[in-house]
Design a protein around this ligand. Structure first.
Ligand code: SLL
Length: 253
């Protein structure tokens, strides 16, 4: 085996990413050139989690091309060429449309990584969050005032026991650190109407605090799953006992 195909055991290297979308209502002028039913312009993307401090873009401070070879976005079948392969950064697709749908995002890694593809799912979000369930999205004229909608998810690509050669690549591209504290504490679903400052140009940021919150959410979800499992196990047990009793009764009848 070539020396560089040796795995460095016991080591894992992670790279923070975000995936999701931003969306805004088409201006009257844009609507003239867009297909009739289209109401929104949107961009779905996979980016580095850290944002460029001098830009409004969510995430994307680092170019991920050193470990991502291709990102495939599978759009709704109502789109022409619904499978979009993006082979270089920025790994994103911009479109116009009228509806929300689930987008499968497949990340293929550079061959040196020796990693399998990874698939993420994102629900394209066009409409601002509104208070109260079942109230539906606000009308477009209101949505315009709320500003762009952002729906982003933080994640980490983890390379476990990386090849020595790939580890060298990874270490030569250290990720831009996430800010310790948010300069402008704006929730990342910046379209939350409760946070109007978000729509006045605040840029949602991913911070170490948010990373921690995400870990806590995962931990809580894990606990909930275990409890649910236990509950179902008990119920199954009870039903099995009931079944036994019924079988016996049948036998006696
Ligand atoms: C819905 N399940 O019914 C969703 C589907 C599809 C959205 C949404 C563009 C289509 C085109 C478009 O917005 N598709 O280009 O004609 O709400």
């Amino acid at each position: 085996m070539a020396a560089d195909r040796v795995r460095v055991r016991g080591l894992s290297v992670h790279r923070p990413i975000i995936y999701g979308n931003s969306a805004s209502v088409l201006t009257p002028k844009e609507r003239e050139s867009a297909p009739d039913s289209h109401t929104h312009r949107w961009t779905v993307a996979v980016r580095s989690a850290a944002s460029n401090p001098n830009s409004d873009v969510v995430g994307g401070a680092d170019d991920l091309g050193y470990f991502i070879k291709r990102v495939t976005f599978k759009l709704h079948d109502t789109y022409q060429n619904s499978v979009r392969n993006i082979d270089k950064p920025p790994f994103e697709v911009s479109e116009t449309g009228w509806g929300e749908f689930e987008i499968a995002i497949r990340i293929s890694f550079v061959p040196e990584a020796g990693e399998k593809q990874m698939t993420l799912y994102h629900h394209l979000k066009l409409h601002p969050w509104v208070e109260g369930e079942g109230s539906g999205p606000p009308p477009l004229d209101q949505a315009v005032k709320l500003g762009p909608v952002h729906s982003w998810q933080y994640d980490e690509v983890v390379f476990i026991d990386p090849f020595q050669s790939f580890l060298n690549v990874l270490t030569s591209y250290p990720p831009t650190p996430l800010p310790r504290v948010s300069k402008k504490p704006v929730p990342y679903n910046a379209a939350n109407p409760a946070s109007l400052e978000a729509s006045r140009g605040g840029v949602p940021e991913f911070t170490q605090a948010m990373e921690k919150e995400e870990a806590e959410r995962l931990e809580a979800a894990k606990k909930a799953v275990i409890m649910e499992q236990e509950r179902l196990r008990l119920r199954l047990h009870e039903r099995e006992k009931e079944l036994e009793v019924l079988k016996q009764q049948l036998g006696e009848a």
